[in-house]
Design a protein around this ligand. Structure first.
Ligand code: PBG
Length: 309
C-alpha cells in the first residue's frame, strides 16, 4: 500500500517483427524469445497479447527485397501494410502502432536516402521526408492506429502530420521517436530487422548520447510540429531525460527499453548470473517511476503474465 509506483499492463507496448511467408517463426539469435513472424504467426502472437490485456503492439517489417530508396516501406501491399490490415481485422480493439523508417527497407541500411559525394556519403534529410510521409500515409490507410516515425530526420513530424491531415487522418496520433540516441544497444534489433548500415553509422541523424539539452530541443520541435506522444530511446542510460521531458512538457511520454537492454538481461539470466523476472520488473518499474506513460518492451507479454495473475 505504500508503494509509490505500480507498473501496469496498460503501460506496455509489445514490439513485433513481421516477415514474408507462411508459418514462419524465425528466432532472432541475439534476442531470445523474439522471432521474425509471418503475418499468420504474427496474428497468433497478437492474440496472445489481447488475451493477456496488453493494449498495444508496435510493428516492424522485414521485406522480401530491399532497394536504395526503401520502396517496400511505402508499398501498398508491403509487409507492414498487410500485417496491420490482418491485425485490425481480427483484433479491432488492439492498438496497432507502426514504426515509420526506411532502414529496414533500404539495401544500404540507412534510415533515409543516401547521396554519395566522391568517397563519402550523406543521408539526405529533405528528399527523405517525402518517402516517410508516403510510408506513414500507407500505414494509416491500412488501418494503423498510431504512426511512430523513428528515422530522426529533421522536420518529419510536420510533413507526416500534413500528409495525414490532408487525407482524412486528422485523428491518427503521432508517437515521435523524439530523443533517439545513436546507441550501441540497438545491435540485436538490427539482427532482428536485418538492418545494420552497410557503411558508416547513424551518428549524423541520431543523437550524441552526451547531449541532454539538445534532446530537449528535439522534443520541443517535435511537439511543435504536431507529435502527440514523444519518445526517449534507449531507456536505461536515459531515464534522466524521461524525467526532464515529462516535467518540462507534461505530455504523454514513451520510453523504449531497447533490444540490447533486453538481450543483456537475457544473456546474464541464461548464465544464472541474474534473475530475469526480478530484473525486468525492476527496470520497467524504473521507467515508470521516471515518468514514462508508455513503455515499449520485448517483455510485454511476460510482464502481463507476471503481474496479471
Ligand atoms: C529503426 C529503429 C531501430 C530501433 C527501432 N526503430 C533501429 C535503429 O535505429 O538502428 C531499435 C529498437 C531496439 O533496439 O530494440 N530506425
Amino acid at each position: 500500500m505504500a508503494r509509490e509506483t505500480s507498473l501496469e499492463i496498460n503501460d506496455l507496448v509489445w514490439p513485433l517483427f513481421a516477415c514474408e511467408g507462411k508459418r514462419v517463426r524465425k528466432p532472432v539469435q541475439s534476442m531470445p524469445g523474439v522471432d521474425q513472424l509471418s503475418v499468420d504467426e504474427l496474428s497468433r502472437e497478437a492474440e496472445k497479447a489481447v488475451r493477456l490485456g496488453v493494449p498495444a503492439v508496435v510493428l516492424f517489417g522485414i521485406p522480401a527485397r530491399k532497394d536504395p530508396r526503401g520502396s517496400g516501406a511505402y508499398a501498398k501491399d508491403g509487409i507492414v501494410q498487410r500485417a496491420v490490415r490482418e491485425l485490425k481485422k481480427r483484433f479491432p480493439t488492439l492498438v496497432v502502432i507502426t514504426d515509420v523508417c526506411l532502414c529496414e527497407y533500404t539495401s544500404h541500411g540507412h534510415c533515409g536516402v543516401v547521396q554519395r559525394k566522391g568517397g563519402s556519403f550523406t543521408v539526405a534529410n529533405d528528399p527523405t521526408l517525402k518517402l516517410l510521409a508516403q510510408t506513414a500515409l500507407s500505414h494509416a490507410e491500412s488501418g494503423a492506429d498510431v504512426i511512430a516515425p523513428s528515422d530522426m530526420m529533421d522536420g518529419r513530424v510536420k510533413v507526416i502530420r500534413g500528409a495525414l491531415d490532408g487525407h482524412g487522418f486528422q485523428d491518427t496520433p503521432i508517437l515521435s521517436y523524439a530523443a533517439k540516441f545513436a546507441s550501441s544497444f540497438y545491435g540485436p534489433f538490427r539482427d532482428a530487422a536485418e538492418s545494420p548500415p552497410q557503411f558508416g553509422d547513424r551518428k549524423s541523424y541520431q543523437m550524441d548520447y552526451a547531449n541532454a539539452n539538445e534532446a530537449l530541443r528535439e522534443v520541443a520541435l517535435d511537439i511543435e510540429e504536431g507529435a502527440d506522444v514523444v519518445m526517449v530511446k534507449p531507456a536505461l542510460g536515459y531515464l534522466d531525460l524521461v524525467y526532464r521531458v515529462k516535467e518540462r512538457f507534461g505530455c504523454p511520454v514513451a520510453v523504449y527499453n531497447v533490444s540490447g537492454e533486453y538481450a543483456m538481461v537475457k544473456a546474464a539470466a541464461r548464465n544464472g548470473w541474474i534473475e530475469e523476472r526480478a530484473a525486468a520488473l525492476e527496470i520497467l518499474t524504473g521507467c515508470k517511476r521516471a515518468g514514462a506513460d508508455w513503455i515499449l518492451t520485448y517483455w510485454a507479454c511476460d510482464v502481463a503474465g507476471w503481474i496479471g495473475s
